[in-house]
Design a binder for this molecule. Structure first.
Ligand SMILES: [Cu+2]
Length: 158
């Protein structure tokens, strides 16, 4: 009986529409690990419908997308320095997020929506200077390494 209830709960959970989340990311002069000029979260996993809110906890930062470094159909965004900006996720895929004043020293983040990495080559061709692109590459690799590959069923195998 207990197992049946658990199974029912899981089934209902998977059928219910996913609740949209607001994901808060702070713009920091220094994080808990002592790294300077960083977003509090660098690999941001989201789903369509979520809102990612970038918060200027410390001064002189902004958050914005980069030309060509976001999924097709997704509206770009550009926050002003010292302003909160929200990124409303409408498409699956990868978005590179940069702080314009500090992108070249690595103040960047990667939004991955729906575990979809299909636009990664466009991201790698985008104009993100210096250590910003190094970190974007590392974050894409981190995302790739942690996304579960779909299992090959016996049916597909035969
Ligand atoms: Cu910054």
């Amino acid at each position: 009986m207990k197992n049946l209830m658990l199974a029912t709960t899981l089934l209902i959970g998977s059928l219910a529409p996913a609740m949209a989340d607001t994901i808060e990311v702070e713009m920091l002069n220094r994080n808990a690990d002592g790294e300077a000029m960083v977003f509090s979260q660098e690999l941001i996993r989201a789903e369509v419908g979520d809102v990612i809110r970038f918060i200027p906890t410390d001064r002189s930062h902004n958050a914005q997308s980069v030309n060509g470094a976001l999924p097709e159909g997704q509206e770009p965004f550009k926050g002003r320095v010292n302003q909160v900006v929200e990124y409303e996720v409408t498409e699956t895929g990868i978005t590179a997020v940069v702080c314009l004043p500090h992108q070249s020293i690595g103040m960047v983040a990667l939004v991955v929506v729906g575990d979809d990495l299909s636009n990664k080559y466009q991201i790698l061709e985008a104009r993100i200077p210096g250590r910003g692109m190094d970190k974007i590459e590392a974050l894409i690799e981190e995302a790739r390494a942690t996304i579960e590959q779909p299992e090959i069923t016996e049916e597909q195998n035969s």
